[in-house]
Design a binder for this molecule. Structure first.
Ligand code: GAP
Length: 533
């Protein structure tokens, strides 16, 4: 199992985080099909029936991704004098991954069903099994609410109802056994748990399992033409190691003094066993990571600082605060002295989007040991050399993309009873900022509209659309999340004004063409978000 994630899911008594895999797929369905229909995300190599957990970003998806990355980069690098950027290679010397611990410990517990030949993550099988008990509890609570109406005391009901108690006991017991097995890296105990509980293949019902084995998540390949262990290199499973090995190069060349940070965005690769959650868990994905190097003993102060900064970054986007929360890691990796996740309530429950980890001097220390090169900083104030401590912020760009889509995707019934699907994207992140629409395809309106468009496209990503009735064109822009539509009509030709329509309220205002640039700029500018962080 991923060394950073080993115990993140585990919350005794809070089994509501166990969401059934089938439900996960079901709850994402409208978003997945909308993303495909409107050019946000496509399955990779779809004409060959796709490739598991690999996706391509379409015309709007690639714009949205760029905007999210840009928002992160500006917030982390441009707004911090003491954070600088890096773009390290994906391939690294193989010893990097020995030193980082990934070769020996970047594993997930894997189990195969002998009848169906399907492969599962053993811990996820157990999670899904527990989700059924959680659903039972929720059903009982619902029944209770219906029966007792306003007098219903949910806390008391959960504590006393025999059916709820039985299900909760089961959840606590199985969760406890699983935690112990994972804690001790005891794969036999995990296997025994699956057997004792009679957990079956969710697809076929077969209980004919292989033993549980560790499965390393790194993709290996050969460097050059000679095959063999010595030439095996890996596609990086995290971008962070590129930062650690460049620590001194960056510090010296940018004349940074501790505390300072190095930020980078880039692809990472993990051979995930479970691959059924759209872009939540991918085999090829992008990370946005920052390692902040500090004087030993000051790391908790910086950990708090970055925890707050990162939550502010999320909240500035206008995401419903009730759908964001911190979740402290219950058990820390051996090299960490604090770790927390920022979780978002996806359609399939609260899940991690970002991690903030206080990683001590573990990584630099290990690279120093394995490379034989000193990775130390001379602190002029203390007049001594030391291996700096590190506070890391690590967010998945694709997961953030899914967060944005999940919170933006809205199906609405309008006053006239008609339906619309709208992506209420933060305007600063929207792929297209403005659509310019001539009311009719004649009378010089298209020419005037193009004139307006040609001026605006220097400042904003714009779209021109003259096909179909105006209402239909508004719906199309709603579906891709364009915050503003400008309509050019006959009055525009007479007095130089046009209509600006706001996506979420659908309110329309008449303004002069000369005002458009400033008005749109004021409303879609990323600076507004950045100032809130
Ligand atoms: N350097 C620390 C690190 O890699 P992690 O918790 O394994 O920590 C950090 O990953 C972030 O990367 C996660 O919070 C998540 O947003 C993203 N991530 C991890 N695995 C992913 C996957 N298979 N698909 C998409 N995003 C992933």
């Amino acid at each position: 199992m991923c060394k950073y994630q080993l115990f993140k899911w585990f919350q005794p008594g809070k089994a509501c985080i166990f969401a059934a895999m089938a439900d996960q797929q079901e709850s994402l369905k409208p978003i997945v099909s909308h993303a495909k229909e409107y050019g946000y995300v496509f399955p990779s190599s779809e004409i060959y029936d796709g490739l598991g957990a690999v996706y391509d970003y379409g015309p709007y998806g690639s714009e949205l991704k760029n905007n999210i990355r840009n928002y992160w980069w500006k917030a982390m690098v441009h707004l911090h004098e003491n954070v600088v950027g890096l773009d390290a290679a994906i391939f690294m010397h193989p010893t990097t991954w020995k030193a980082s611990g990934h070769v020996d410990a970047f594993n997930d517990p894997l189990i195969d069903n002998k009848d169906s030949k399907k492969r599962y993550r053993a811990d996820v099988l157990v999670e899904d099994y527990l989700a059924k008990y959680e659903q039972k509890i929720e059903k009982e609570v619902k029944k209770g609410k219906k029966r007792f109406g306003d007098d219903f005391d949910e806390e008391q009901f959960r504590a006393t109802n025999p059916n709820v108690k039985r299900a909760q006991d089961k959840i606590d017991n199985v969760t406890g056994r699983m935690k112990e097995a994972l804690d001790n890296n005891d794969l036999v105990a995990l296997q025994q748990l699956i057997e004792d509980e009679g957990i079956a293949d969710p697809d076929t019902g077969s209980k004919n399992w292989t033993e549980v084995r560790q499965f390393n998540l790194m993709f290996g390949t050969q460097l050059g033409s000679v095959a063999g262990d010595s030439s095996t290199i890996y596609l990086r499973p995290e971008t962070a190691q590129g930062i650690f090995v460049n620590f001194l190069n960056v510090q010296k060349s940018s004349r940074q003094k501790i505390p300072f940070g190095i930020a980078q965005t880039g692809k990472a690769f993990r051979n995930e066993i479970v691959a059924r959650q759209f872009i939540f868990r991918m085999r090829e994905f992008e990370q946005m990571e920052m390692q902040f190097f500090v004087r030993p003993g000051t790391e908790m102060e910086w950990y708090q600082y970055w925890k707050e900064k990162r939550m502010n970054w999320h909240q500035a986007l206008g995401t419903d605060p009730a759908r964001l929360r911190f979740h402290d890691h219950i058990k820390l990796a051996h090299y960490a002295n604090a770790a927390v996740d920022i979780e978002f309530e996806f359609p399939f429950g609260f899940k991690e989007v970002e991690g903030i980890h206080s990683r001590t001097d573990y990584d630099l220390g290990r690279h120093q040991e394995f490379s034989g090169k000193k990775l130390q900083y001379y602190d002029p104030e203390l007049q001594q050399n030391y291996v700096p401590y590190v506070v890391e912020t690590s967010i998945g760009l694709d997961r953030m993309f899914l967060l944005i889509l999940s919170s933006a995707y809205t199906e609405e019934t309008l006053e006239d009873g008609s339906q619309r699907t709208v992506l209420k994207l933060p305007p600063a992140l929207a792929p297209v900022k403005v659509a310019v629409l001539p009311l009719l395809k004649k009378d010089g309106l298209p020419e005037k509209a193009r004139e307006v468009l040609d001026e605006l496209r220097f400042d904003f990503n714009c779209q021109y659309d003259e096909k179909d009735a105006i209402g239909k064109r508004y719906r199309r822009q709603d579906a891709i999340g364009t915050p503003y539509c400008l309509t050019i009509d006959h009055q525009t030709l007479e007095d130089g004004t046009l209509t600006i329509r706001e996506r979420d309220s659908m309110a329309q205002e008449r303004i002069a063409i000369e005002q458009v640039r400033q008005i749109v700029h004021d409303r879609v500018d990323m600076t507004k978000l950045l100032r809130q962080i």
